[in-house]
Design a binder for this molecule. Structure first.
Ligand code: NIG
Ligand code: FE
Length: 442
């Protein structure tokens, strides 16, 4: 592969063949371009690694990548061009979290303790705890507190190499509560250097006033919430927790179809704790992603492959639900099915106070290898270009080929293997978002 030939010519200074740039990263021990392609089939995806690599960007886009030894001859730094010395660093596309529930308020440590005593996640939810306890805590928190909490999470993520995060509502569960969270999500995206992608998850749980009558709550989602979300332009995606005892397959179909009619793209929490046909439904409605999939059928997974639906694996949730809804051997076998089904694979944190109290994409990558059996290459591809595909942005995020958005992270590591290898996270030296340095550790 010759990344330096893939488009920068268009930006060359006339008559010189040299490429102007306003940001240059020099001397990376290892530069991983992550060229888009099928990374799904079990095996080793080509990460497009260049040792002693250099990368140049202009106006927020990558314009050149290649060996550092060629950079001086090829590039023409413009006045004020920012230069980063990446010696000792592994540079990758900025990490992308394809699935996070944010913002919310409160801790669920008490529930954690109960679950250790044998009470299941779904039993706690049924008894009015779980998601509902976070809904209560969130409704009591002020906008300022929620915003501050959300921004501090995004900041923590940025410092660990993350440049894009999907954020889901779902702790409002009323029209006002959901719209409030979606507005706060928009604000978070305006304030933070991290790019946020908004998902409406009004159908996250059935609130107590609709207990035993989920169809009436679904009516509110369909008739009140979705049209308002659309009219106010507050979300790009619509998601639903499709799970026996929460929302069934017909209700999920209704919500996602209505969302699509209104122009929102579909996502689905599918087959997380048991099979209910979520993967099949994802394919049927042309969902951009189906997430969890721990009990998805082979048929459903293959249908997703044909429909171009990305599979989002959420290993932190598996760790958290061990001994409750899932076991490791099953998850590993299931991940094999996912990887053999011809789907694009993404990894996310599922950051939430119930099943995934960790916002670390690096940890998610690490656990994706250890629990799901992904190779280190698959894990990096899944947390970059795979995640970009899960957000419908595979054509502009998640890769450092010329033409892609210049979002990059420099890890204090001599190779990309270190990132999933470590369980406590690799130090990040710098983060670049849209061609600008947004974090430097020194
Ligand atoms: O992805 N399953 C539904 N939603 C989250 C959990 C949210 C919560 O427990 O607060 C999940 O696991
Ligand atoms: Fe989730």
């Amino acid at each position: 592969m010759s990344p330096s030939r893939e488009g920068p010519e268009a930006a060359a200074v006339p008559g010189t063949g040299r490429i102007p740039c306003d940001l240059v990263i020099r001397n990376a021990s290892s530069l991983c371009l992550v060229p888009p392609g099928k990374q799904a089939a079990a095996g080793v995806p080509d990460l497009g690694v260049i040792s002693r690599g250099a990368l140049a960007a202009r106006r927020g886009q990558v314009v050149w990548a290649g060996p550092d030894s060629e950079a001086s001859a090829v590039l023409v730094p413009e006045a004020g061009c920012e230069s980063i010395d990446a010696s000792g660093c592994t540079v990758t596309p900025g990490l992308i979290d394809a699935h996070a529930h944010l913002p919310f308020h409160g801790s669920r440590a008490g529930e954690f303790s109960l679950r250790l005593k044998g009470v299941s996640y779904l039993e706690i939810l049924k008894a009015g705890g779980g998601i509902m306890s976070t809904v209560r805590a969130t409704s009591q928190a002020s906008d300022e507190v929620l915003l501050e909490g959300g921004l501090s999470t995004l900041d923590r993520m940025l410092r660990s190499g993350v440049t894009t995060v999907e954020t889901k509502s779902g702790y409002g569960l009323s029209a006002d509560g959901e719209l409030r969270l979606l507005r706060l999500m928009r604000k978070m995206g305006e304030v933070s250097p991290v790019e946020t992608v908004s998902t409406f998850l009004g159908a996250h749980a059935v609130p107590p006033e609709y207990k035993g009558k989920p169809e009436l709550y679904v009516e509110v989602v369909l008739e009140e919430m979705l049209p308002a979300v659309k009219q106010l332009g507050l979300a790009e995606f619509c998601d639903i927790f499709c799970e026996p005892g929460v929302f069934d397959i017909d209700q999920s179909r209704q919500v996602l179809m209505r969302a699509k009619e209104l122009g929102l793209a579909a996502k689905i929490h599918a087959d997380e704790m048991s099979w209910s046909g979520g993967a099949e439904l994802a394919a049927e409605v042309g969902a951009v992603s189906a997430d969890h999939l721990l009990f998805a059928s082979e048929r459903g997974l293959r249908a997703m492959g044909e429909a171009g639906t990305t599979a989002v694996l959420l290993p932190v949730t598996v760790l958290s639900l061990l001994g409750d809804a899932v076991d490791v051997r099953h998850c590993r076998d299931q991940a094999r099915l996912v990887r053999q089904a011809g789907v694009k694979v993404a990894v996310g944190t599922d950051y939430n106070p119930g099943t995934a109290p960790s916002s670390s994409v690096q940890l998610a990558m690490s656990l994706a290898c250890r629990i799901f059996g992904l190779s280190v290459e698959e894990a990096l591809a899944a947390a970059t270009h795979g995640a970009a595909c899960a957000l419908g942005r595979g054509d502009r995020l998640g890769s450092l080929l010329p033409g892609y958005q210049a979002d990059a992270a420099g890890f204090e590591a001599t190779g990309y293997e270190d990132i999933p290898y470590r369980l406590d996270g690799v130090q990040v030296r710098f983060v670049v978002k849209r061609g600008k340095v947004v974090f430097r550790s020194r």
